[in-house]
Design a protein around this ligand. Structure first.
Ligand code: FCB
Length: 787
């Protein structure tokens, strides 16, 4: 086995932060921080305050050399009296002893976003005094731990703390004021400078800061870093870089703010808070810079765009969504950006030592009887480590790498739903369980490198063995063939889930060849007018095409309308003339999706397929949308609500009917249904006449699609019923025509651009061999005149 090794003294470890894991929020004199006040979640977190011996033991078992933790300011100074609370420091004393006893080097971060509430009440970071208080706090912590802690970080990610805490208000303390955000940022920088001085005066061995540094680029640069930019785009990139990265890097490392930044801050409250001499204080020599990297910032010039609250001064700049694979946070995964970033820092600050102090990912984990097979997290870390190794080989002075994070924890405003840990935490019992990523990381640490071979994914054979069936049966189930009994299907799917099997078609096409082409297969129904949502599909096709082309793919559009065209499409894909297929939408009753998925070329579908399979799809929440439409009719006082269903073999129609029934049941009402033969307006008119014939008192109609609803409007007119007075009508899809009817149609909007983006992302993820899950997007009620 060949090994892609790291330098001999390379440091491996993990990072955490106090508020996210400690819990025990009132133990030993601790008082609330701004996050205790702000968060909607219970703050018991991982109860690390009491369980730290177990957590340290886990790190030791995994072979960690370093642990970066943060200190909670309110444990040390519970109030504004300036009196140190030794009982609060006792905890860190015990923790540090435990770490050193286990042979793990402690790195302490002094400020990871949990400002004491008393300091916020006195003005918070926009007030200068907070910076002075920080220096006292730094000295007090060093006084107690400085004999065992050699490496100190002042602040963690001041951009986030200032601009999300005081600019957009999505983080604590939840203030939304651009002037406050700039003042907060400056005072954090000042706190850093004063803190470094205090630590050095006290004899600290090494001092640094931790910044979130995101490469800023345009969508086109994501796949081609070297792409030259138009003047407007170059300006947009430089401006966001100044706001997010250089606002902190340059004062700390060069003693000056970037000119663009000063000009922006001047327009947002002015620079009265920046005093002579501040920049000298801020620019203390540093021993190392901690770099937190997760994802790039992707922007482009867009003249009419207003500034976002977290980016005051970003007028005329659009933050772009790009069709790359994403984590569960929705953060694009671009590992090479880490190398790009390290190259840049090494070029601009050649003497500075660097350390990756955070990098990691949130993915949905499945706990199974035999472990948590978090293959996505492993690939994420592995790909970033490969990029990092490349940068180190080119000369970047990176001392080490710390994964974010040890434990699943309280992820700030997102609460407990985010899973960044190498170790799973059951928050009901506080039980810790190592995920596969923890074991994999242990091996990386022990060999000080990566194996050249990528980690092995579970195979079809493993699933077959677990389920006690043949390989062919597994393949049939995975591909959604209908010939397998439901019991066998259930057993196989259970094994698939437990083992974390991901059909790995991409690996196969890698060893064969890549065409860079994607087939976009558009099912054209055989009887005209039967397309469930033809207009929606058309727009999705347009969006998906431009997104995939933007990602460098060549699109072959193929129409699936006749048996002959189906044969041609399957042959095209079997002949590997495409790397992947997007099928929009799978036509009912035909077997094209099933046949394509058997070719082992990645396939993604628009719309949930009729037979559950592992082919991922993008759909809208049809049941939820129908329930919202029905609730709306009920809230208008309608009690005799009829529904026009389309052909019942359409999955979408089944789901919309299910949502309608649920809402009726909640309201204590009974369903009145009429099934239209197809989805034309004429069918909607005929079905409405039937409903009215069955129940002359009918006061509302919910139609499964807008076309049917438009037909219902005609029927109402023919029957002399006024809409909405005598008969309220609601449709579904929000096609263009819906706003042009008389009266304009109340309907449920299907998010077209979002569906296209999700489809493009799903396909690109599958092409990269990533694990993918289907996506169901919310559908929103649009109230117009008809109900
Ligand atoms: C970083 C924070 C860390 C955690 C990760 C996901 O910005 O420093 O606390 O929230 O993001």
């Amino acid at each position: 086995m060949t090994i892609a090794g790291f330098p001999e003294d390379f440091v491996w470890g993990v990072s955490t932060s106090a508020f996210q894991i400690e819990g025990a929020t009132s133990a030993d004199g601790r008082t609330p921080s701004i996050w205790d006040t702000f968060t909607a979640d219970r703050a018991e977190a991982c109860d690390h305050y009491h369980r730290y011996p177990e957590d340290v033991r886990l790190m030791k078992e995994l072979g960690m050399a370093a642990y970066r933790f943060s200190v909670s300011w309110t444990r040390v100074f519970p109030d504004d009296s300036g009196k140190v609370n030794q009982a609060g420091l006792d905890f860190y004393d015990r923790l540090v002893d435990e770490l050193t006893g286990a042979g793990i080097t402690p790195y302490a971060t002094l400020y990871h976003w949990d400002l004491p509430q008393w300091a916020e009440d006195a003005g918070g970071w926009p007030a200068r005094d907070t910076a002075c208080r920080f220096a006292d706090y730094a000295a007090a912590v060093h006084e107690r731990l400085g004999d065992r802690v050699g490496t100190w970080f002042t602040l963690n990610e001041p951009w986030v703390a200032a601009f999300l805490g005081y600019g957009s208000g999505v983080h604590a303390p939840g203030r939304a004021s651009a002037p406050d955000a700039f003042r907060a940022a400056h005072h954090m920088l000042l706190a850093h400078g004063l803190g470094v001085r205090a630590l050095r005066d006290a004899g600290a061995a090494e001092v640094g800061a931790v910044l979130n540094i995101s490469p800023v680029m345009t969508p086109a640069q994501v796949s081609d870093f070297g792409r030259t930019l138009s003047e407007e785009d170059a300006e947009a990139v430089a401006r966001i870089d100044a706001l997010v990265n250089r606002q902190f890097l340059e004062p700390m490392l060069r003693g000056a703010y970037p000119a663009e930044l000063l000009e922006i801050a001047e327009r947002h409250g002015g620079l009265g808070h920046v005093r002579d001499g501040d920049l000298d204080v801020i620019a203390q020599p540093l021993d190392l810079l901690g770099v937190n990297y997760y994802t790039p910032l992707v922007v482009q010039a867009q003249p009419s765009e207003p500034a976002g609250a977290a980016f005051p001064g970003s007028e005329g700049i659009l933050f772009c969504t790009i069709p790359t694979a994403v984590t569960a946070m929705g953060w694009p995964i671009v590992p090479n950006c880490l190398a790009l970033l390290l190259d840049r820092l090494s070029g601009e600050y050649p003497d500075l030592d660097l350390m990756i102090t955070e990098n990691g990912a949130d993915f949905v984990d499945v706990v199974t009887g035999d472990g948590i097979h978090d293959v996505d997290r492993i690939s994420f870390v592995e790909e970033h480590l490969r990029a990092l190794r490349g940068a180190v080989e080119k000369g970047a002075k990176v001392r080490g790498y710390l994964v974010w994070t040890l434990l699943d924890n309280l992820e700030w405003a997102d609460g407990y739903q985010r899973k960044f840990g190498l170790v799973h935490v059951d928050f009901a019992t506080q039980k810790r369980r190592l995920k596969d990523s923890a074991l994999w990381y242990r091996d990386v640490i022990s060999r000080n490198g990566l194996t050249e071979a990528r980690p092995r994914r579970p195979t079809l054979e493993t699933v077959a063995a677990r389920a006690g069936v043949s390989r062919a049966t597994v393949s049939r189930v995975v591909n959604g063939e209908s010939s397998v009994s439901s019991e066998v299907r259930a057993t196989v799917m259970r094994a698939v889930r437990e083992i974390g099997y991901v059909p790995n078609a991409a690996a196969r096409s890698l060893v064969t060849r890549r065409t860079n082409a994607v087939a976009l297969v558009l099912s054209v129904p055989r009887q005209g007018g039967d397309a469930l949502t033809a207009a929606v599909v058309q727009s999705v096709v347009q969006y998906v095409t431009s997104l995939l082309e933007g990602a460098g793919k060549q699109i072959t559009l193929m129409l699936a309308d006749t048996a002959e065209s189906h044969r041609r499409i399957v042959a095209h894909v079997e002949g590997r003339l495409a790397d992947g297929v997007v099928l929009l939408p799978p036509d009912r009753g035909d077997t094209l999706a099933e046949r394509l998925s058997r070719t082992e070329v990645p396939v993604v579908l628009l719309g949930k397929p009729p037979i559950a399979s592992m082919v991922p799809y993008v759909d809208v929440d049809n049941a939820g949308g129908a329930a919202a439409a029905t609730d709306h009719l009920v809230s208008l006082g309608r009690r005799r609500i009829g529904m026009i269903c389309g052909p019942m073999d359409l999955v979408t129609v089944q789901d919309r009917l299910a949502g309608h029934r649920t809402a009726l049941r909640r309201a204590g009402l009974r369903p009145h249904l009429a099934v239209a033969d197809d989805l034309t307006r004429a069918a909607g008119t005929a079905a409405t006449h039937r409903l009215l014939g069955d129940d002359p008192e009918l006061d509302a109609v919910f139609a499964a699609t807008d076309q049917l609803a438009i037909g219902a409007l005609t029927a109402a007119r023919e029957a002399g019923r006024r809409v909405p007075e005598d008969l309220a009508v609601v449709g579904f899809d929000d096609v263009d025509a819906a706003s042009a009817t008389t009266p304009a149609l109340t309907t449920v909007r299907v998010p077209v651009a979002d569906q296209a983006l999700a489809l493009a992302r799903l396909l690109l993820s599958r092409l990269e061999g990533r694990h993918t899950t289907s996506v169901v997007l919310p559908a929103r009620l649009v109230v117009r005149e008809s109900a």
